[in-house]
Design a protein around this ligand. Sequence first.
Ligand code: HEC
Ligand code: HEC
Ligand code: HEC
Ligand code: HEC
Ligand code: HEC
Length: 273
Amino acid sequence: MRWLIGLILLLTAFPALADEDCSECHIEIQRHFAATAMAVAARSDDFKREWGEAKQNPECLSCHAPSQAAGVVCADCHGNGPHPYARLKVPDVCARCHDAPGESTVRRHKSSLAAQRNLNCLSCHVKLGGGTHAIMGATNTEFLSMAARLHLALRQENGQQILVAAVRPRTGHALPGGTTGRSVWLIVRGLGGDKSERWRETRRFGWLKGPDGAWEEATLAPDIGVNLELPWPGRDGVQVIEAELVYRFRPGPLEEPDPRQVTISKAQMTLRQ
Ligand code: HEC
Ligand code: HEC
Ligand code: HEC
Ligand code: HEC
Ligand code: HEC
């Protein structure tokens, strides 16, 4: 009998609290977190499809549902113990899932200007008024539109004109942040006087699968970004240059339709004849 009383005491002293037990008291926090993409990371149609294609690889759940729930839960960040909980360090607590192969967000964040200015992940990703747990991301279009600015300039070199398309990320990490699933495209078009397209240059930024199957990072560096140089912008009778920076929720080529695609920034320039 004594072992049974001991077991009952042990169980009541260390109750294995499920998330529902947290929401009894932390109602607001539970409500805010439940509305994030993380809370349902293993339930979205996209995930279920790709997980099926990956033969239900348990590796996927190590980020999408480490506690075998619908997604990320309280315990995945705060741990399984009872109160009191140790204070979490941001970004270290995020590194478990946001700094793996094919994910460099936390690592790239540490070398960003934002980190030097003492901004952390939550400074940008928390919805104003929503408290610590209303974490939003690229799926919020307004938030996404602050991700970068695009500028066009002309430079002279040895009597030749060179067009510079400069992208300056304002993310606190590489652009696109997150995993191999996203991509950002810089599209520059030369237009004739009649607005018809005379030439077009595109560059993709994101992760690419190398010939050996390993992912290689080809994202835009935080703050620095890129200066893409194009010689002879006026070739083929071009009078107007149009450029745009497009964010895509898919890694594949531009020709593949992405209904969620968003234009982050645009620029235009008229060439002097
Ligand atoms: C993605 C990681 C993450 C998840 C998941 C998470 N939290 Fe937090 N939580 C944090 C961070 C970061 C802080 C702020 C740092 C600190 O105080 O430890 C925090 C702080 C808190 C606090 C202190 C008060 C506050 O608002 O800052 C409470 C209470 C809390 N969390 C409860 C919960 C509950 C309940 C859940 C599940 C519904 C949950 N957390 C899920 C990361 C997380
Ligand atoms: C019986 C009510 C109650 C339940 C159930 C409860 N909490 Fe709390 N929790 C509190 C109170 C009260 C505080 C102190 C005030 C505050 O910081 O919000 C607190 C504080 C916290 C903190 C801040 C750090 C600390 O330990 O003081 C975290 C993190 C936290 N709770 C997480 C959780 C998680 C995760 C669960 C579910 C496993 C949970 N709580 C369940 C009432 C509760
Ligand atoms: C200076 C603001 C800023 C800081 C600091 C910041 N981010 Fe971001 N983050 C953004 C913006 C803007 C985007 C959207 C563009 C993109 O995907 O890079 C983004 C995108 C992301 C994405 C991809 C979302 C998706 O749906 O694909 C993840 C994941 C992410 N951030 C996590 C983090 C983590 C973790 C940290 C801390 C290590 C952090 N961010 C710090 C601004 C910031
Ligand atoms: C247990 C793993 C795990 C931890 C820990 C974790 N995340 Fe995530 N996070 C994910 C997964 C999985 C997704 C993808 C959700 C989806 O789009 O289905 C995600 C998505 C995000 C997004 C994009 C949301 C959107 O709407 O586009 C942001 C921003 C983010 N996490 C920030 C953080 C921050 C900040 C921390 C630390 C406080 C953190 N995460 C900790 C697994 C985690
Ligand atoms: C290292 C952590 C991690 C692992 C492991 C991981 N993911 Fe993800 N996954 C994320 C994050 C973070 C996002 C959010 C989008 C982004 O940041 O690019 C995401 C996004 C996704 C999305 C897109 C969801 C959307 O809303 O667009 C799918 C689908 C997905 N993952 C499937 C998988 C599959 C299948 C596996 C296993 C083969 C896997 N993931 C392994 C972290 C991870």
